[in-house]
Structure formats: C-alpha cells, structure tokens
Ligand binder design. Structure first.
Ligand SMILES: [Cu+2]
Length: 96
C-alpha cells in the first residue's frame, strides 16, 4: 500500500511539472566568444523577473530561455536585454 501511494505521488508530481513547464525560447545571439560572454548574458537574464532559467551555448551562438509559469516576455524585451550587454540578436524562436 505504501508503495502505491509513493508511486501515485510521483505520478502527480510529474504531471504537475509537465503542466506548469513553459516552452523554451531559443535566441540566436551573435558576438559571444567565451565563457565570460555566457556569464554576462546569464547574469543579465537573472535580473529579468519573467525568466526562470537561462542556458548559453557559446559555440552554437544560442541562448535558451525558460519563462516562469504564467509569465510572458516579449521579443523586444529579450532583444533589449541582450543588446544592453553589447551582443546582437539574430533571431528568436519560440516553441508552442
Ligand atoms: Cu567573452
């Protein structure tokens, strides 16, 4: 019986996480050359209240953003955040 309850709780948790997770936003960013660039961008998005997490792939020139549940961020805000630190935005792709 205990095992069943544990399994059921786990199942509910998984369901909850998948429902609350929002789609990734993939931003193609130019002028990133090293880990320091990656950290600058990560720190920049850490200050943006709508953003849950930010991952940076320097070699691929790709910034992957996760938006907090029930929050939204405009392309303009993403663009201005990145440009504020001296990088360029080549494109923004949203999974829907
Ligand atoms: Cu750098």
């Amino acid at each position: 019986m205990g095992k069943f309850i544990k399994f059921f709780t786990l199942l509910l948790t998984c369901l909850f996480i998948s429902l609350s997770a929002s789609a990734d936003i993939k931003v193609s960013v130019g002028d990133m050359t090293c880990e320091s660039c990656a950290n600058t961008i990560k720190k920049g998005f850490a200050k943006v209240s709508e953003i849950e997490s930010c991952e940076v792939d320097v070699d691929g020139g790709l910034v992957t953003l996760k938006v907090k549940a029930k929050k939204e961020i405009s392309d303009e805000k993403i663009k201005s955040t990145i440009e504020h630190y001296g990088y360029t935005v080549k494109g923004i792709k949203r999974d829907s």
